[in-house]
Write a protein that binds this ligand. Structure first.
Ligand SMILES: [Zn+2]
Length: 298
């Protein structure tokens, strides 16, 4: 079962979480670009994080996760719309990336900066959910976000990699699992101690999950949480489905260009043609520069 977020709750322990599993959706997002494998994996993890957070929030519009940092991957932008569509891209300095050598770490690729979580509801006001420093890797920044914004104990795993399908074709897959402590109830010290012990045990169990289990098409997210938390009474809820749908269109881009001043159109045109490439999906849109207002083309 792919392209879903599965919420779960552990009955006998105060904890709940989610499993995100992406197959064809993440493959489509990544294959539309030509990034080095390490950058694709980084983008894949960022998309999983976006899907994980978006599926645990109520919003209308677009939930955006955006990094900005000093490394060769100076920006990652991923968004999830309320209809479940996901997309994302990375801004990459290829030369600086090549200088990192073999198998660079996330920290090498990202450098330092920040990561912002925003809900864009289509009005003038953007709704910042949070902004945290990006100093190490995505996971550390995500945990800092949970720590700061929700103030609940959170444990998280993210992974993305290309796998070979039985037919021999390569396909990108990505996944993640999250567990959060449900607010501790008051009570005697004894009951609190037991809850904290349980929480440590839940984390330790989650820690045993390997990337293969997070990505394995033969192991459903439901089977995965059952395998981990069966003895503590795990319950799963309705899944949220994801799709790839960039949402860009010729009409939208044409409207955007129509709002530009003539000198901008003039500076963009080459041999009378204005070419716009959508950074999210790499779709190329071409227009006759003459069609925008009274642009004089010589
Ligand atoms: Zn697009």
């Amino acid at each position: 079962m792919d392209n879903i977020s599965l919420p779960y709750k552990i009955e006998n322990v105060s904890a709940h979480g989610r499993v995100v599993r992406l197959g064809s959706v993440i493959n489509e997002i990544i294959m539309r670009h030509d990034y080095p494998e390490a950058v694709s994996a980084l983008l894949g993890e960022a998309v999983v994080l976006t899907a994980m957070l978006a599926s645990s929030m109520k919003f209308e519009g677009r939930f955006v996760v955006q990094t900005q940092s000093t490394g060769p991957v100076s920006m990652l932008i991923c968004d999830a719309r309320s209809d479940g569509s996901l997309r994302g891209y990375a801004k990459l300095d290829k030369e600086a990336f090549a200088a990192l050598g073999e198998s660079p770490s996330q920290q090498d690729m990202l450098g330092t900066g920040h990561i912002a979580f925003t809900v864009d509801q289509g009005t003038d006001m953007e709704n910042y959910q949070g902004i945290v420093p990006l100093e190490d890797n995505l996971l550390a920044a995500a945990l800092a976000y949970f720590d700061g914004s929700e103030q609940v104990l959170t444990h998280l795993k993210l992974t993305a990699m290309p796998l070979f399908r039985p037919g021999g074709d390569m396909e990108w897959r990505a996944g993640g699992i999250m567990i959060q402590q449900t607010a501790l109830q008051g009570g005697s010290d004894t009951s609190r101690t037991s809850t904290q012990d349980d929480w440590v045990r839940m984390q330790t169990l989650m820690e045993t999950t390997g990337p293969d289990e997070l990505l394995d098409p033969e192991l459903s997210p439901e089977q995965l949480v059952y395998r981990l938390y069966n003895e503590d009474g795990v319950r799963v809820f309705d899944v949220k489905d994801f799709s790839f749908n960039c949402g860009c269109s010729r009409t939208r881009i044409e409207n955007m260009l129509n709002s530009f001043p003539e000198e901008d159109i003039l500076s963009m045109q080459e041999e009378g043609q204005v070419t716009v490439t959508c950074e999210f999906c790499n779709e190329v849109y071409q227009f006759d520069a003459q069609s925008f207002k009274e642009v004089p083309i010589n």
